[in-house]
Design a protein around this ligand. Sequence first.
Ligand code: PHB
Length: 394
Amino acid sequence: MTTTVRTRVAIVGAGPAGLLLSHLLADAGIESVVVDQRTREQIESTIRAGILEQGTVEVLDSLGEHSRARTVGHRHDGIEMRFAGEGHRIDFPSLVGRSVWLYPQHEVLKDLIAARLAGGQDLRFGITVNGIEDAGTERPRVIATDADGQPLVIEADFVVGADGSRSVARPVVTGSAFGGYFREYPFAWFGILTEAPPSADELIYSNSPDGFALISQRSATVQRMYFQCDPDADTAAYSEAQLWEELQKRVPGTTLKEGPIFQRDVLRFRSFVAHELRKGRVAIVGDAAHTVPPTGAKGMNLAVADVILLNLALQALLLEGDERRIDDFADAARRRIWKAQHFSWWMTSMLHVTADATDFDRMRQLGELRSIVESEAGQTYLAEAYTGWPLATA
Ligand code: PHB
């Protein structure tokens, strides 16, 4: 028996983009259904990045008591850029009057899910989406299979693909599974979580002859750190002592506080932007639409920026029948997406070391780093991009 559900906006994917969009739409009186293939437990426990732009935190404030970014998260007023054995602090408030918050993505997801369920949202886990039909009509449909293996059809006025980098919605919008601008990198990050006190108060982005390292935090007792590795690195191939050695040699000048390592993963680096972000009444947002390497900490923040634009466009379309904003959505979103792509690529290329780099390349890279940290204009560009460009308001 096929169950048919009717709603105004069908949202595929209960990640930050999908959940935030359903929240903003509900605030405007627009009903939606959110489906995700994963279980709630899987969604709430997947380890992802941790930096929120100030604008993202301000958007999350609208979750009221459910937002813990300011209480459980930590405000960071700067980062350290480390190279040639010296650290250089970039002070965000004095440069751009803004800050960022360290608050891991899975905590944001817990907040969003709690707020959506408290608001009576139709949020369904364990749903496999098989396809999206009739994108070119005013009644697009999501064709799915529910957690019990029964067919489920969601009829909507609009369908949003917020279903991540392996998006089912993307080929509907672009016409092919790979329809996009794409770049790969010859390195990856080896990430660890360790039970140890913080090694520094703020994040350290370190360029060293042995490659890049990022010293990040999670709490007073848990720390997150990464070091540049081969994309095919085997997480099991390193002893804990070897991992500390790899990390430590990439941050000369800082003594890392070591502890037991209880999680390890390899993050692959890709830059991707889909050729199209909307087809008729289907749009894609977040990782379904684009991927950035993690060096600029832009992934989740860019998803939030897409959602802010799409929310305004859907309100105009569904409440007033005004199509102008939805017609402009892709162009408006792309302006920020490509700035964030550039920033993420730039931070990546400036900080990592590649095996084929010549001595010239290496000296030029140090010159580039110096031209940023020794210049107020250079520091300001970095601070402006890192803390986030203004979000659309109306
Ligand atoms: C993290 O803490 O996981 C993190 C922070 C900054 C980045 C990437 C990851 O640029």
